[in-house]
Structure formats: C-alpha cells, structure tokens
Ligand binder design. Sequence first.
Ligand code: HEM
Length: 473
Amino acid sequence: MTQTDAAPAQLSELPGPKGLPVLGVLHRVRFDRLHLQLEEWADRYGPLFQIRMGPNRIAVVSDSASIQRILVQRPQGFRRTRRLESVAEEMKLKGVFASEGEDWRRQRRIVVAALNRQKLTDFFPKLAMTTARLRRRWEGAADRGEPVDLCRDLMRFTVDVTMLLAFGVDANTLETPGPVIQRHLDKVFPVLHRRTNAPFTYWRWFRLPSDRALDRALEAIQREVGEMVRAARERMAADPDREPADFLEAILAAVAEEGSGFSDEEIFANAGTLLLAGEDTTANSLAWAIHYFTQYPDMFARARRETDGLIAPARALEDLEQANGLPFLDAFCNEVMRIRPVAPIHVVEPVADTEILGCPVPRGTPIIMLLRHAATREKHFAGGDRFDPERWLAPPESRPSPHDRRVFLPFGGGPRLCPGRALALLEIRTVLAMLLRNFDLEPTGPAGEVREHLAFTMLPAGLKVRLRRRVAD
Ligand code: HEM
C-alpha cells in the first residue's frame, strides 16, 4: 500500500497473512524468529499490514516516514505497550524503559545525566581496566586452546562495565570463576520477550518451570541490587556534601529529596533496567561484529592496520580521543548494526486514536515497527542487503545512493533514543580494538550455523570462535 492507494476504513481491512479462527497467525509464528517472519510478510503485504495473534489485532509498519513520526511523537502520541508496562511491573522492573509520562521524564533525566560524555571521559581508565581483564581471560582460553563462549564472556564484560559506571561497584565477574550475576540476568529477557508477546497472560494462572526459574533469578538480582544500594548509601553518608558520583548515588539523592516523587521501588527498577539494557544489547552487537570479522578476513586485516597505527602491542585504547580515531572500525560497526541490529523490531501503541498511511488505528492497538526492514531495502540504502562498510566512509558525492541515514536506527530515535548509545559505542570500539591488536580469529563452525535468535534482543546463536594469541607480523 502507498500513500496514494485508497486507504482502508479499518485495520482489519488491511492486507495480511491469513489466520485460523481464535489463533490467528499464532500457529505460523515462532517467537524466536518473529522479526524474520514479519519482515518476510512486509515484503509480501506492503509497508502497513495487519496480523491477528489470538484475540489481538496488530498493525505492522515498515514505512520509514511513519516509523520516524511514531518515534518522535513519544511519549505524548505513542507509548510502549501497556502489556510491557504491566509485565515489567510484575517483575519489579518498571524503570525508565517501561515507564511513561511524568514518571518516565523524571527517571530519564537522571539516567541521561549518569551516562553523559563527561562521565564517560572520567570513566575511561576503568573501562580500560575492564578491557584488560577481558584480554587476560581470552589469553587464558587461547593458551589452553579452548574455544571461547563469546556471548557469555562479552556479557561478563558489559555487566562489569555497567556496574562500575552506574553503581560504583567493581563486580569483576570477568575474573570470578563459577556462577555470577549474569546467570540470573540471562533468565529475564527470554521471559520478558515471551510474556510481552503472549496472546494470553497464562503465567498469572499457572507457572511453567521457566517462570519459576525467573522468580528465583529476580529475587537474586534484587538481593545483589539491595547490596549495591546499601553500599552506595554508606558511601554517601560518609561524605554527605559531595556531588553524586554515579547513577545509583544520583537516584538515591533524588529519592531523599522531599517531594521528588521518587520511590525506593524506582531505585531497584532502574538499577535492574540499566543492568539489563546495557548487557545483552552491547554484548550481542559485539558478537555480531566478531562474526562479521570471521566472515571478512580482509576487513579484519584492514581494521587491524588501523588499530596498529593507534595503539602499541599488547595495549588497548587509552583515552576517548584515541577511541575517536578509528574511522574504518566505526564504518564496519555501523554496517554490522544496519544489517544485524540487536533490536530489529519495536512495539508501541497509540495513546489516542490515530492513523497510519491513512488507515485508522484505534488507541491501544499494538503497532510493531520493523526497523531493520527499511534500513536494508534498496529504497533507502543502495545494495541494501550487501555488507559494505565502505558506504559509511565515502564522501557524499561519490557514495552509492540512496544512503538514507534517517532510517538507520539501531538505537531507536526521538525522545526515547537509547541513553546508553555513547557508552555502548565506546565499549564496542574498546573491545574490538583490543581484539584486533592482540588476537587472531578462527571460526570453529560453518558460517551457516550462525542464526538470528530473538529473545527481546537479537543474538547470533551458534557462534563459536577460537581466539589465538596474535602471531607477530
Ligand atoms: C549496542 C548497544 C545498545 C543498543 C543497540 C541499544 C538499543 C536501544 C534501543 C533500540 C532502545 C529503545 C529506544 C527507543 O525506544 O527509541 C534502547 C533504550 C534504552 N537503552 Fe539502550 N542500547 C544499547 C546499549 C545500552 C546501554 C549500554 C545502556 C546503559 C547502560 C542502555 C540503556 C538504555 C535505556 C535506559 C533505554 C530506555 C530509554 C527510554 O525508554 O527512555 N542501552 N536501547
């Protein structure tokens, strides 16, 4: 459907895949590949189509102008779904990601301040220290000849970074043998994904083993966060006049202010939110980048030459300025995030009756936005499905056209743009520069075995890599 076609009078008249009575298309959808199925249907049914999942009729949009309008008109015109809000609330995770309106504004201000550029500059030495720990962990695996479990190691790294930066806690899970907090965090996203998409709220009536495992994991996370809150309160009590040093201290200071509207629950919810939001997303983006390095050895070599020019052997990036001096690596990462964004779909709902491409969409209708679809189609990026970092380096006059940056939205957009974007990009550059400088890569399975698996974020399932200490050139 285009803007010029006669617009349907209601959502149910839009094109879309046929479903069964009661079930709708539920029998045709696997939630771990929901995004792939929806992208396939978008090619068949157009920029706006509808599906029915059980009792819910859902609008699915891949039209880039409509997506941009929706992203920008939050929170007043569109919101995250009420289902997400209630599921997050049950999990005691109704922090900045799952909140709306004034609650969201208050929380967002503190989160944005905690992750701003000055904080990142001051934080750099600790990021370098954490990167060195990851390097030692990988050197150990290389010396033992063991393949590394990339996603897990990278999650240890991202959780250590978030805890250091946001909570002032050196968890050092990278050098801690045995089970660590990630074991509990791992349980959250798959269940969150299942519950936010489930047509029925079955878990409110009976609990599957995975729901019970989630309860235990959430309790453990609460305990860990409780411990961090206690430590932060002690630090602040010992020196009551100093400025809050991190997110946890800032939110504790806000809670202590009379009339601030902050509650103790919000401390826990936001600490949990930051841990989760910064963990899988960054780790999985890194894992996809490493996968592409295994697929394109010439690009690995080029990125390595660039890194070698910047940092000494056996070292890593040493400051923020250095981190900004890697144009090819940045272009490579942009291309990874264009083709393999870890958040390929977003779900929202309109706060009031609205229309999309001329079709009325009633208040509260779930709308799935297919963000990757537009960014990989010929209409917006020349050779859209081709992996080509060069497109980000060429000057505008010689760049393949179209090159529509506006549809490149791996961190979302509008007022709810990911506040961790700068931190995430810094982590990604730092880890990849360390990898390029110190290790050679060897995939241990065929590329075809790596597949997209959606569990709230999209990860490279089946990725197995062996790292070897770099052979001197
Ligand atoms: C490569 C890594 C990351 C990716 C791809 C990513 C992606 C996203 C996306 C797509 C959103 C939704 C934005 C929207 O609704 O328009 C989001 C929100 C958010 N992200 Fe990230 N993120 C990453 C890393 C991080 C990190 C490191 C943190 C913090 C430690 C973080 C914290 C958040 C928070 C708090 C929100 C909610 C913002 C709000 O609702 O106002 N993210 N992220």
